[in-house]
Design a protein around this ligand. Structure first.
Ligand SMILES: Cc1cc2nc3c(=O)[nH]c(=O)nc-3n(C[C@H](O)[C@H](O)[C@H](O)COP(=O)(O)OP(=O)(O)OC[C@H]3O[C@@H](n4cnc5c(N)ncnc54)[C@H](O)[C@@H]3O)c2cc1C
Length: 379
């Protein structure tokens, strides 16, 4: 039987994560007008407090499983508006673990590895990739040429896993290459000015005559590498749950000041409209939480499930947009004030329906599975 009841160890780790998110929240707006600033490894309040990821590692056998609790830790980080301690995890790390050789994994496992898929010509369809990696038979190196855009951690990462089209006498198709910071011919552009998530650095990348050794070719199965999204998409949904939780909690607190509280025993006709709207969203929040738990439970027990992961991501992206919009409706002008958290949550929420595959793309993946179509038949 599947049970999503949290264990005592889960509860202890998450309680600490919640306390740390509250401490971090004082820094949540520090990056709003200072986007070029990078997140510090930790804020001063982290001193003397346990590292929740280390707690999870040491208590793992007593928890519901590290995959599940890991996602719930991200929920708490995002509830605080900014992480108290940087986790140094990026999607490129997952892709390297899945597709790299043991030697490649051990060389870069402790590095922050950004992922470079999106190009100015489009991000949803990897087949549109124009960046090339040309094999130089004389030097035994790959020469990368091209551009990537909107890359998370472009500035703060140690290396980028770059998707490129092979130019090789015997090989064709797309493949991934590890390009380390400082490699000649690899430059990071100016950070984008974004509507939200300003604490995450995002910038374009350029590769011009950028040579990497043969060892940096992550030559594993590309399809399985792209499956790293099946691990990360429910985590993005957990981010969305965190931002939604912060907005809902703040709005309930405001309503409590004028004597309005949720009462789940009353029907809509006996409930004030504002509370009724929030209670419906609370139900959707719970439903999304369950999809995240289910996706992570499946991943933990059977390996990542593509469809469950897309379902969690699609629900998370949609939930955060509707929750933050409704909270602003309910709060009125106070919802738009930049001294309160909802205005920031509203702007931060938009990304969950964009990166790691847009909401539309998730719904396509789900529809193909339900209707039995191939990507060629339904795109
Ligand atoms: C802040 C931020 C951080 C990011 N970080 C990264 C990163 O670290 N690495 C990286 O590689 N990329 C990153 N991205 C890029 C992101 O993954 C892409 O923006 C996303 O995949 C969509 O690609 P696109 O913007 O090129 O839009 P397009 O692919 O051009 O799509 C445009 C619109 O059309 C819709 N659409 C596309 N295809 C279909 C279809 N078949 N059916 C229906 N609708 C469709 C999309 O949903 C979207 O609404 C980031 C983006 C942002 C904004």
């Amino acid at each position: 039987m599947i049970s999503f009841a949290l264990t005592d160890a889960d509860a202890a780790i998450l309680e600490e994560a919640r306390a740390q998110a509250d401490l971090a929240s004082i820094y949540a707006r520090d990056f709003e007008h200072d986007e070029d600033r990078l997140l510090p490894p930790s804020f001063p309040e982290a001193q003397g407090r346990p590292d929740t990821r280390a707690m999870l590692a040491s208590l793992a056998p007593e928890t519901s499983g590290s995959k599940i609790v890991h996602a719930l830790l991200y929920l708490e980080d995002w509830r605080g508006g900014v992480p108290l301690r940087e986790s140094r995890y990026s999607l490129g790390n997952t892709a390297l673990r899945i597709a790299g050789t043991p030697e490649q994994y051990s060389r870069w496992r402790d590095r922050t590895i950004a992922i470079g898929l999106t190009e100015p010509a489009g991000g949803s369809d990897p087949a549109s990739t124009r960046t090339t990696a040309t094999w130089d038979v004389v030097s035994g190196e790959w020469v990368i040429e091209g551009e990537k855009t909107f890359i998370t951690y472009a500035e703060s990462c140690d290396a980028v896993l770059v998707l490129a089209r092979l130019v090789h006498p015997e090989r064709r198709g797309l493949s991934a290459f590890m390009v380390e910071k400082g490699t000649p011919g690899f430059t990071v552009g100016r950070q984008f000015r974004k509507m939200g998530i300003r604490f995450e650095d995002t910038a374009p990348l350029a590769f011009s005559g950028c040579r990497v050794p043969a060892f940096n070719h992550i030559d594993g199965d590309l399809k399985s590498m792209l499956r790293s999204f099946s691990e990360s998409r429910p985590v993005v949904a957990a981010y969305a749950l965190g931002v939604s939780r912060a907005a809902l909690d703040f709005t309930w607190e405001r309503l409590a000041e004028i004597g309005i509280a949720p009462d789940y025993d009353k029907g809509p006709s006996e409930t004030c409209a504002a509370a009724d709207r929030l209670m419906s969203l609370e139900a959707e929040w719970e439903a999304t939480w369950v999809t995240v738990m289910q996706a992570k439970w499946i991943e933990q027990n059977e390996g990542p499930g593509k469809i469950e992961s897309s379902m969690a991501k699609a629900m998370g992206g949609s939930l955060a947009r509707r929750v933050t919009q409704t909270c602003i409706d309910v709060l009125g002008a106070c919802g738009l004030s930049d001294v309160h958290p909802v205005e920031k949550a509203f702007r931060d929420a938009r990304i969950f329906d964009i990166y790691e595959g847009t909401g539309e793309v998730q719904r396509l993946i789900i529809a193909r599975d339900i209707l039995g179509y191939s990507p060629k038949e339904l795109n």
